[in-house]
Design a protein around this ligand. Structure first.
Ligand code: HEC
Ligand code: HEC
Ligand code: HEC
Ligand code: HEC
Ligand code: HEC
Length: 257
């Protein structure tokens, strides 16, 4: 009799096994070493998507619970020529939209660099930057700001912000066909596609260099030497790196990240 109960219990457990395993696995999945350094450095998108497919599959609701239609509530930047298609999620806009695929090759670990979940915030709290990126493990200063910072028009010698000085120069290429021509040699950008597209639509460059500026500051880009550059380094550039961060360099995919 006892054995029958055990057998029944096992059967019941098995029918609930989805739940039981999900619950047991949740913690080990959450603490999966792929989330943290050093494993995250070499994780592929497929590794992450094995558990996080929802990041790609999830789309925005076509209508809010109160009945506001997504298609009718566009932000100003969503009305520009560079914005295509219906409203979409943050991750899809960076990973799967046609524009994202044409210009970018972002990986999960381009943005998610891992952290120690036990060390999420400095203790005791401090007002100075203690080097913590908090829960979501994405540091905007070394990711977002590169493509969503302000255009540093003063440094470029432009008389006014691009919206005003655009008429004078027409396209960024007026200068950038010869200035800072060694650009975008990083594993998360498709450099050739960017240059080709910019020949047809000059707004392409502005799209990542001021056109979608969610920040009030400009990113201090590395300053690669380019053919024809003056050997003198201007004062503003004295403390700039002369190469992209190692983990993004094209020829150093295997270098320490
Ligand atoms: C074995 C399954 C698994 C793998 C592989 C995995 N994750 Fe997770 N991840 C989880 C689970 C489970 C959670 C917790 C989700 C929750 O609590 O809602 C989580 C949480 C997260 C969070 C949210 C963290 C927070 O504090 O809110 C991020 C970001 C994340 N994962 C990114 C990644 C990235 C990037 C990769 C690949 C390098 C990855 N995950 C690989 C299962 C996984
Ligand atoms: C452009 C940078 C960027 C890329 C690329 C990126 N993420 Fe994220 N991800 C973020 C940011 C920023 C957040 C925090 C969003 C928030 O706080 O709501 C986030 C949040 C998450 C979360 C937790 C919250 C949620 O929205 O469910 C998971 C899980 C996650 N990302 C997984 C991934 C995976 C897997 C990939 C690769 C397929 C990926 N991310 C690629 C920037 C990025
Ligand atoms: C390598 C360049 C690049 C990086 C890094 C980057 N973005 Fe973007 N972002 C883009 C491009 C390009 C688009 C437009 C994509 C499109 O229209 O399909 C975009 C679009 C967006 C949008 C508009 C989404 C929408 O549907 O309206 C938001 C918000 C955004 N990015 C926030 C961020 C944040 C936050 C980060 C850092 C975690 C980040 N981006 C990192 C290039 C980048
Ligand atoms: C009148 C000429 C001119 C025009 C037009 C121009 N730039 Fe520049 N740009 C420069 C100069 C000069 C520099 C700095 C060169 C140096 O490093 O000595 C520069 C630097 C840059 C940098 C690097 C900034 C940094 O902090 O290192 C970016 C990015 C850039 N330009 C993007 C653009 C984009 C995008 C456009 C069009 C929307 C544009 N520029 C239009 C002259 C111009
Ligand atoms: C998809 C986003 C994106 C687009 C589109 C884009 N850029 Fe960039 N640009 C970046 C990022 C990210 C960097 C920093 C790369 C690095 O760290 O080396 C950068 C760096 C630069 C730099 C600094 C070069 C140096 O010395 O390393 C210049 C100049 C520049 N871009 C000009 C342009 C011009 C001109 C165009 C149009 C032909 C353009 N960008 C289009 C994202 C973009």
């Amino acid at each position: 009799m006892k054995n029958v109960f055990v057998a029944l219990a096992i059967l019941t457990c098995q029918s609930l096994s989805g739940l039981a395993i999900a619950e047991e696995d949740y913690e080990s999945a959450r603490w999966n070493p792929l989330h943290f350094k050093p494993a995250i450095n070499s994780a592929t998108n497929e590794d992450c998507l094995a558990c996080h497919q929802e990041i790609i599959n999830r789309t925005v609701k076509s209508q809010s619970p109160a009945g506001v239609k997504a298609a009718d509530s566009l932000a100003w930047y969503q009305t520009l020529s560079l914005y295509e298609g219906e409203q979409d999620t943050f991750h899809r806009r960076h990973l799967v939209t046609p524009l994202a695929k044409e210009f970018m090759n972002l990986q999960c670990n381009t943005c998610h660099q891992g952290h120690d979940p036990r060390e999420e915030a400095p203790n005791p709290p401090t007002a100075t930057d203690a080097g913590f990126t908090l829960r979501k493990t994405v540091n905007p200063e070394t990711t977002c700001l590169k493509c969503h910072g302000k255009m540093n028009y003063q440094m470029m010698g432009l008389p006014a912000p691009w919206e005003k000085s655009k008429n004078m120069f027409q396209t960024c290429m007026a200068c950038h066909v010869a200035i800072r021509t060694v650009r975008h040699q990083v594993n998360y950008l498709n450099a050739d596609n960017i240059e080709t597209a910019a020949q047809k639509n000059p707004d392409v460059c502005y799209g990542c260099h001021g056109g979608r500026a969610w920040y009030r500051v400009a990113y201090p880009y590395p300053r690669h030497a380019w053919p024809g550059a003056s050997p003198q380094t201007p004062d503003w550039a004295k403390h700039r790196p002369t190469e992209s961060e190692p983990r993004f360099r094209l020829n150093e995919k295997t270098a320490a990240k």
